[in-house]
Design a protein around this ligand. Structure first.
Ligand code: PHE
Ligand code: NA
Length: 459
């Protein structure tokens, strides 16, 4: 065995983990989930899921990865248990493949918008015209496929060469700029006519809505998706960590940054939604129809904002997509005993081709656009698109179950003292609380939500 690759510095790891977490999940998925699930109720359910389930499971994944020093499956086996590794690893590889296949499609939309702002095509769209602009693009059988291919080619290229540095530096540079841009846009949004309505949509307490199990299903799914949990991404990254770094503060940092990006994305998008009388529940197209409307009010300035905004979102998506591909690649390299380069090419191509089904599911091919099968995943409509099926099915089921496996493993399967020692939380109250969250709170919460959702759907 060669010595295992390591991050050069503690900050290298933090940046990679934050880079994996912050992505389309925050800027595209969070606002659309919030819109579909009634605003405030979703926000509260989401915060609860992040605090009670997301944070403890994130720390558990970091702990398993650093202790196991291997890929998502083998890390479990190295510590103790073959069966946990098998189930968790299977769920992880499945989720990673399905998620990356549609993630590449949405990222393709982002780069198409970047391109359209650069060429001036987006700048020429009249006020109120972005629903049409977007609708036409995603319903075409060619454009979304081509942009998906281009994006995936970059993802495959980075994982192929293993340019950790390039991605680390890009994230370190662009993430702060994206944060500034989002704050500026949120502040601008709050000066618009629809700001009041947006704020009451997001922050008016309505605790009755918390009785809706669909809201909880959506919230727990979003918590896993946004923190890159339940599929081994954080296990894989933490396996490159040197022993001396502190895991609890790393987990806290990831959660804080990730939540910041999500909440500000909401503050930036909903004032525009209400100002232009759009539908908050518009679904996956929300980001692509609302923000450009605000940009178009600013003329040339808006075009420049559009270029920077979609560039940074594209880079955030890239760093997340890389972590998605890395999980499967690191597993397949060991499992089939082949090198990084051929593994990356084969795995990347399979996922990319599978993604075509999502790319053409937004109007180009009716059979994939109005699917009845799995339509229960979207309670607001009787049909669902193929892309939406993958998006909702993975977040609400496979990621949640993957997270459950890790929680049970660290809580019950592994030696408690050793787990606590690995996090540096031995003999602390926080450590004891963490273990009990992994033993009872997180598993009970996940099982309750997943099972009730499941019964709801067949009933
Ligand atoms: N967390 C990423 C996002 O919010 C998506 C992701 C999920 C990345 C799972 C890796 C693993 O965009
Ligand atoms: Na995220």
């Amino acid at each position: 065995m060669q010595g295992r690759e390591q991050f050069a510095t503690r900050f290298g790891f933090i940046f990679a983990a934050v880079g994996s977490a912050v992505g389309l999940g925050n800027i595209w998925r969070f606002p659309y989930m919030l819109g579909e699930n009634g605003g405030f109720a979703f926000l509260i359910a989401y915060f609860i899921c992040i605090a009670l389930i997301g944070l403890p499971v994130l720390l558990a994944e970091f702990t398993v990865g650093r202790r196991g020093q291997s890929d998502a499956i083998h890390s479990f086996e190295n510590i103790k248990s073959k069966s946990f590794g098998k189930i968790g690893g299977f769920l992880g590889v499945l989720s990673g493949t399905l998620i990356l296949s549609f993630y590449g499609v949405i990222a393709g939309w982002v780069f198409y918008y970047l391109f359209s702002y650069i060429t001036g095509a987006a700048g020429n769209v009249e006020s109120g015209g972005f629903e049409g602009f977007f609708g036409e693009f995603i319903a075409s059988p060619v454009g979304p496929v081509v942009w998906h291919f281009l994006f995936m080619a970059v993802v495959i290229g980075v994982v192929f060469f293993g340019i950790k540095k390039g991605i680390e530096i890009a994230n370190r540079t662009f993430m702060p700029m994206l944060a500034v841009l989002i704050i500026v846009l949120a502040v601008f949004g709050l000066t618009m006519d629809g700001a009041g309505e947006a704020l009451s949509f997001m922050f008016t307490p309505d605790f009755n809505a918390l009785g809706d199990i669909n809201v909880w299903g959506a919230a727990v799914g979003q918590a896993f998706f946004t923190l890159s949990l339940g599929m081994g991404a954080m296990i894989t990254y933490a396996s490159y960590l040197p022993k001396e770094s502190r895991l609890p503060s790393a987990a806290g940092t990831v959660v804080v940054f990730d939540t910041f990006f999500a909440v500000f994305a909401g503050l930036m998008i909903f004032p525009i939604v209400f100002t232009f009388g759009m539908e908050p529940g518009a679904g996956p197209g929300l980001l692509f129809m609302t923000l450009p409307e605000a940009f178009s009010q600013w003329g040339l300035g808006g075009t420049i904002f559009g270029i920077f905004f979609f560039l940074f979102v594209g880079i955030a998506a890239l760093s997340s997509a890389i972590s998605l591909l890395e999980v499967g690649v690191s597993w397949a390299m060991r499992r089939f005993n082949v090198g990084r380069k051929p593994t990356t090419l084969v795995a990347g191509s399979i996922i990319t081709l599978f993604g075509v089904l999502s790319a053409i599911s937004q109007g180009a091919v009716p059979a994939l656009t109005q699917m009845k099968l799995f339509a229960f995943l979207d309670p607001s409509s009787d049909t669902i698109t193929f892309l939406d099926i993958l998006d909702k099915f993975t977040a609400q089921y496979t990621l949640a179950l993957g997270g459950l496996v890790t929680a049970l493993f660290v809580g019950w399967g592994w030696n408690r003292i050793e787990a606590l020692r690995e996090t540096g939380l031995q003999d602390t109250a926080i450590g004891a609380v963490w273990i009990w969250f992994l033993r009872i709170v997180a598993p009970a919460g996940i099982l309750y939500i997943v099972i009730t959702n499941f019964i709801n759907m067949i009933g």
